[in-house]
Design a protein around this ligand. Structure first.
Ligand code: ZN
Ligand code: ZN
Length: 344
């Protein structure tokens, strides 16, 4: 079917709250499930910092490269978890930046980092745009937003999903563009760049009272020469094939691979590596990086399992491990160039 003819997937909006329109969605777990998840066995096995230095080394970014990105190739850096920096066609874009020690409403409790950020916000030479996928604390961090505003102030344009603009303005952001699924916006001052909010299957809340009041999304960024797809945080659903038909192929995609165990609980919200590879195929990514793993103590799969399983899934489908890779924290990588491989 031609993408111009098909009905685009829209979120359901009822009584001030959004809902997922997908058959693959399962609603909020009850209290019995919440107790079950707390007592469920933890397989994360996060070792000492010394061991982590070998299995998940954090590199100091090459700031010279960040200051002088290639004009003909895409340059990327994994900051950790879902935070990614992308430089394409003369624009520097940050996705879901979190530099804090904990992704939580408070810094004395909540999921803690076991791998540090590779640098401080203040060390980043330049940012033009930030995309935010949704309001969960591991994707939208008040301290990081404040630090970005103190360093870059009105130089940043923030792209957020419907229902998030007010929070951003309250946090001191000057230029905020709020979009619902399939809405497109130009980058101010760069009309050759298009930012599009596109669907994914997830949820949204920061407090006990604001559940589903803001929308969640993934992002398409189309520049004059390159394109980037940021999947954000998502379960597997039918949206990705539609995104691929309408905006694919993508030169680079960031796709979540972690925080999926136990499956019975996480499946509607978080893909596993097998489903991540399906997203890679559905959106027609030429290159992809696995995100949403290896940084915060969040779920109960073995901490290196997302990387191992990603490799196995790619082998099963005869897709090169260099096409859908993981990166070291802080490594500044040019898409298409060779990669260092860490032990799986
Ligand atoms: Zn989330
Ligand atoms: Zn998340």
């Amino acid at each position: 079917m031609d993408s111009t003819e098909e009905d685009l997937i829209r979120p359901i909006y009822k009584n001030g709250r959004y809902q997922n329109p997908f058959d693959t969605w399962m609603d909020t777990p009850g209290i019995r499930n919440l107790i079950k998840i707390i007592v469920d066995e933890d397989h994360s096995g996060i070792p000492s910092q010394k061991e982590l230095g070998k299995t998940l080394p954090v590199e100091t970014p090459d700031f010279q490269k960040l200051r002088n990105p290639s004009t003909s190739e895409m340059q990327i850096m994994w900051i950790g978890h879902a935070s990614v920096l992308v430089q394409m066609d003369g624009l520097t874009i940050l996705a879901d930046p979190v530099f804090s020690d904990r992704c939580s409403p408070v810094q004395f409790a909540g999921p803690k980092r076991y791998r540090p950020p590779p640098c401080k916000v203040e060390d980043i030479p330049h940012i033009d745009a930030v995309v935010i996928s949704h309001t969960h604390y591991d994707h939208l961090d008040y301290g990081t937003v404040q630090n970005l505003n103190s360093k870059f102030n009105d130089k940043i344009t923030w792209f957020v999903a419907a229902g998030t603009k007010e929070w951003m303005l309250n946090a001191g952001c000057k230029n905020v563009v709020e979009l619902s699924w399939w809405d497109e916006a130009e980058m101010p001052g760069r009309p050759d760049f298009k930012f599009v909010s596109v669907p994914c299957q997830h949820r949204c809340e920061r407090t006990l009272l604001d559940s589903m009041k803001a929308l969640w999304c993934s992002w398409v960024v189309q520049g004059p020469q390159h394109s980037f797809y940021f999947a954000g945080d998502t379960g597997y659903c039918t949206a990705f094939k539609q995104i691929g038909r309408k905006y694919g192929p993508f030169d680079f995609a960031a796709i979540p691979i972690g925080a999926y165990f136990p499956r019975w609980f996480m499946r509607p919200m978080h893909v596993d590596p097998e489903e991540a590879v399906k997203i890679f195929e559905d959106v027609r990514a030429k290159n992809a990086m696995g995100i949403h793993w290896g940084t915060f103590r969040m779920t109960k799969e073995f901490y290196l399992e997302p990387r191992t399983k990603l490799g196995e899934e790619l082998d099963k489908k005869n897709i090169s491990r260099d096409k859908f890779f993981t990166l070291r924290h802080g490594l500044v990588h040019t898409i298409g160039h060779s990669l260092p491989h860490d032990p799986a």
